[in-house]
Design a protein. Structure first.
Length: 203
């Protein structure tokens, strides 16, 4: 094979990989739309394929079932969340980085409420719904990586019980966002942001 032929072959492979990535992303977005509307149990590969504008068979080279698609939706969300936390805490002192990281998580889920809803469907309760142990482990590892960014900042700042502080803040943020999304927070005449800021001051 000549150098020119090798370059042509490499370019074709690169274009093919790029097209596969685009197609995979389209399938994940279509699945997210369906899961948002009907949940994991109500979704089907046929409905997801219709949303993506393709045949059911066109999905299987990328995903073996709706559970893998659900995991891919959550994995994409957690990757974006981790990027936001890293960006928010970049170049800050540890004590400020922890607070900035927590605000990044709060703001991400407030801006992307569907991601919170889908994430809680997996992480809420005693068992993950519809996902095998391998998929569940991979997602929990991603989630743990996000928590570690905040927890390590607390630890570097010398704060006592960094794991407890991180867990408490996540519980507070999740609860406030759920109350806000369901309209229940209006009963207290306070916003989720106000209450979360107050909590972080006490933390």
């Amino acid at each position: 094979m000549t150098s020119a032929q090798a370059t042509t072959t490499a370019n074709r492979k690169s274009r093919g990989a790029a097209l596969r990535d685009v197609r995979r992303s389209q399938l994940v977005e279509a699945a997210k739309t369906v899961f948002k509307a009907v949940g994991l149990e109500g979704a089907s590969m046929r409905v997801i394929a219709a949303e993506a504008g393709c045949s059911t068979g066109a999905i299987y080279p990328y995903f073996q079932g709706k559970e893998e698609l659900y995991a891919a939706v959550l994995a994409t969300s957690l990757e974006a969340l981790r990027d936001e936390v890293k960006k928010a805490a970049n170049d800050l002192q540890p004590e400020n980085a922890a607070q900035a990281g927590l605000w990044a998580i709060f703001d991400y889920y407030r801006t992307n409420p569907d991601d919170l809803t889908l994430g809680l469907y997996l992480f809420g309760g005693e068992q993950p719904a519809g996902l095998n142990n391998e998929l569940n482990h991979a997602l929990n590892t991603q989630l743990r990586d996000v928590f570690d960014l905040v927890e390590n900042s607390f630890r570097d700042a010398g704060a006592p019980d960094p794991a407890g502080k991180t867990a408490s803040a996540m519980a507070q943020a999740t609860g406030l966002l759920i109350l806000e999304q369901t309209g229940r927070l209006r009963l207290f005449q306070r916003t989720a942001s106000e209450l979360f800021a107050s909590f972080l001051k006490s933390l």
